[in-house]
Design a protein around this ligand. Sequence first.
Ligand code: ADP
Length: 616
Amino acid sequence: MASGAKSLWMMPHSSKPAPSLKLSSFRDLFVFTRRAFGLVWTTSRPLAYAFCFFTLLAGCLPGVLAFVGKLLVDGVVTAQLQHNPDPAMKYVLLEAAAVMALALVQRAISVVQALLRAQLGYRVNEMILAKALSLDLRHFEDSEFYDKLSQARRQASMRPLSLVNRTFDVLQQMIILLTYGTLLWAFSPWAVLLLVLAGLPTFWVEARFSSEAFQLFNWRSPETRRQMYLEHLIANDDYAKEIKLFGLGPLFLERYRNIFHEAYGLDRRLALRRAAWTYLWGMLGTCALYGAYLWIVKATVEGHLSLGEMTMYLVVFKQGQQAVTSSLASIGGMYEDNLYLSNLYDFLEIPVETPGEGASQGPEPGQGLRFEAVSFAYPGSQEPALREVSFHLRPGQKLALVGENGSGKTTIVKLLSRLYRPTSGAIFLDGLDLQQWDEVALRRRIGVIFQDFVRYQFIVGENIGVGDVSGLDDEARWKDAAEKGQAQEVIEGLPQGYNTQLGRWFKGGRELSGGQWQKVALSRAFMRQGADLLVLDEPTSAVDPKAEVQIFEHFRDVTQNQMAILISHRFSTVRMADEILVLDKGKVTEFGSHEQLLELDGHYSHLFRLQAAGYR
Ligand code: ADP
């Protein structure tokens, strides 16, 4: 089916190959069906049982109705002959009762479906989010990963229930068909065969177009993400300022429009072709239906069937054909759901390294942090971001990293916080390779504030509390950390103090200036009371120079026994560090104290004089 489906539509960009279809055989249809059932079963057993029970009932009742219909017509004929309406009346009541029962069962099924939809939608989304949390940073730097994530999020949350619904629908239609088939068999086995065969062409067309729609969906994923990104840019407060000033709005909207129109063109083509083919093949089924009508009517006229039997066969044939079409459409739908679920499971099964039991202590406590010939290249990048970097930081020492943009300062921080693994060389904390540390123990020892820290739209206190989840709600610790991070003054000036909502998304939110935000972020570092290494990656670039000097003097005082690594472009701050490491294109070019480096009269002293001259 894959190759056939591919040839059915033209690809607008020849540079992009259509993804190959994974499900190719009929057996594959059921690969994910079992898992979808497992999902429903583990989500709610009572609902799963109820769904099953009502489906069985809904399958049996139409056969009962058709049979009661026959009894009724024959009853009327007999009643006319005998001039006694009672037997006929009895069947009217019986049919009314059966119709009411069927309506009740159908209502019950839709309630169960609605409840399951809510629970399953939530559950699958939760699975997707939990998976996203378990992935490494490198995954988030890969565009294919985003495609998988967005495919899973956009479609997959509805698909498991849809698959289960359809499976039950097939089951229900099968029961209906079985009862109808039994009734019709008495008329002619050929009629039963005709009933089934007439539905097959529509089924085939549906399945074929399902797989085509799926390929289109997958192939278009990057475009859809681009569209979502444009939406995000246009409708988000963070970007509003720049978009207005640069007049980017109409341009972005135009791009958004173009993506839509290209996608719409393909969708329309597919929808029209799908409708035309389904209609044509559907007509074939209608011809079969009326052929059978002719046959039944003729048999009745010739006296082989009673009027009641004729009515029953006509109903059975007409509704039986609907049941065939409907169950085959459901099977086609199951095929489609399976395709989409393959996306979901592709995403959920992205392999992650589960960290083994790590150590929570090193063999040489008090050794500090040691980089030994560490080199690193980002995934997919040829150029190394760090080349053979070595240094040793002892407890209580403060180290400053200096270098131009892109020289590798932040990369050092990412490596020592184990967000990435060195390509070669090793990093030791207390004499133990970072990779062998237990994740939780390591995170407890190191506190990092990145320059692009997150501005959470939570209350101020929580914005500090996130520095240590165990103290997220601990007001006393917020205050202590805010004092150390010099954010206290800012926070006390806010209307509700530590309980002031930040950001503009939620009611009563206040916005802080860049420098004020940095003080809040800096306070996060001080939530890590137990950390023996604090890393501050340009956390004070937006704070005025005088305040920055104060902050770092204070920082020295409160972190006397802790190691610290600072990144700053201000030499007034850098010179306070015990050691300074100068980086150029990922290589260490100079290392020593401020005085030593000035004496060396190299790059550092050149930059220092340049900046000092600027301030004069
Ligand atoms: P600095 O902090 O000194 O400004 P970085 O450590 O951020 O520099 O970057 C060092 C080099 O690594 C730069 O050439 C940059 O382009 C590259 N780089 C940084 N982050 C990534 C990333 N996530 N993926 C690929 N390359 C990166």
